[in-house]
Design a protein around this ligand. Structure first.
Ligand SMILES: [Zn+2]
Length: 346
């Protein structure tokens, strides 16, 4: 029961990049990249509170309108993290539509945008439907870590890579995971329900043992409620274990600095979702487009000692032969294929 994130590549490994990381049981999701999103239900999109944009190439950003239409008239803030220039890009994108009816909405979305700068600093601004998406004041500030989110249930790190332009890689982590044992609930005569989410929140917030937890669940004979001290539940039904980490890497060149930064994010991670657009035999193409090869993707997974690698962003040139890319990644990851030569750039 230690699966913190449920991962879905919206367009499969060969379509536009868009990865949904659903936080199991938390009712929220993170969306990495905004390739076409037509395959994503509004119900799922409405769970997305954080959007992580690696860079603004068309195939990574063209799905924005799909998200916009679903969240437009909702009283919610969507956080969007992207590389330098994301605020202006979004402002221009939104300014290309007429918003004369904005006042007729009772509620409206706010995009809270954070740019991760190559210098290590940040820029941030908000764009709200209520203001017809005119950009508020842009604030520039310094930070001393690469975290763009640091909450008890979710932390996100963002690191710029070189794709000729800056392209962000992300690490999503559940800092601590509260594991609740169903059999121990049964032994105490407790049923499951949304109250378990409150229980997890209380544990993650380090609430005192005397805190009352209202356990409420439904049975065929009606609903049942019991009030229990948090300390008792802490001892009897749950365990706090290290959480999972998922790393998302796309569109980057095989350079020494990129490799260092990727390994720093991915070392020991549970899952590395990584681009593998070209076969090693077509390395020259990969080099000229500032992309990785499948062998390099698998090598990074091996060097970082991750638990599993999910390759994606396959080039359409291999249509019908995608299994070759998958096999090259797997062979390099498992050590059946010699690792890629370390980058030789100065
Ligand atoms: Zn791309």
């Amino acid at each position: 029961m230690r699966s913190a994130f449920e991962l879905t590549l919206v367009n499969g490994p060969d379509g536009d990049p868009a990865l949904v990381a659903d936080l199991v049981g938390a009712g929220r999701a993170v969306l990495c990249d905004l390739g076409t999103l037509a395959g994503l239900s509004p119900r799922k999109l409405l769970r997305v509170g954080d959007v992580l944009l690696s860079h603004a190439h068309l195939d990574h950003f063209c799905g924005f309108e799909h998200l916009l239409r679903v969240v437009l008239g909702r009283a919610r803030t969507v956080r969007l993290v992207g590389p330098e220039g994301t605020i202006e890009r979004l402002e221009h994108r939104l300014a290309s539509y007429s918003w004369n009816l904005a006042g007729s909405y009772r509620e409206g979305v706010i995009f809270s945008v954070v740019e991760v700068l190559e210098s290590g600093g940040r820029r941030r601004a908000s764009l709200a439907l209520a203001d017809r998406f005119r950009c508020g004041q842009i604030e520039t500030y310094a930070v001393d870590s690469d975290h763009v989110l640091d909450e008890p249930r979710l932390s996100i790190r963002a690191v710029p890579l070189d794709h000729e332009i800056p392209c962000l890689a992300f690490a999503l982590a559940e800092p601590k995971h509260v594991q609740i044992w169903r059999n121990r609930l049964d032994a105490m005569g407790l049923g499951t329900g949304p109250w378990l989410r409150s229980l997890k929140d209380a544990v993650l917030a380090d609430a005192p043992d005397v805190t009352s937890i209202v356990a409420r669940w439904h049975t065929p004979h009606g609903s049942v409620e019991r009030i229990l001290p948090l300390g008792l539940l802490r001892r009897k039904v749950l365990e706090v274990v290290p959480g999972q980490r998922v790393v998302y890497v796309t569109d980057c060149a095989w350079t020494r600095r990129n490799v260092e930064r990727i390994l720093d994010l991915a070392r020991g991670a549970d899952t590395l979702v990584i681009e593998a657009p070209f076969l090693d035999a077509d390395r020259a193409q990969a080099r000229s487009r500032r992309h990785l090869t499948a062998r390099e993707a698998g090598t990074l997974g091996r060097w970082a000692a991750v638990r599993r690698v999910i390759p994606f962003h396959f080039s359409p040139r291999y249509a019908g032969r995608y299994d070759l890319l998958e096999e090259e990644v797997r062979a390099a990851f498992e050590g059946r294929l010699a690792p890629a030569e370390p980058p030789r750039d100065p």
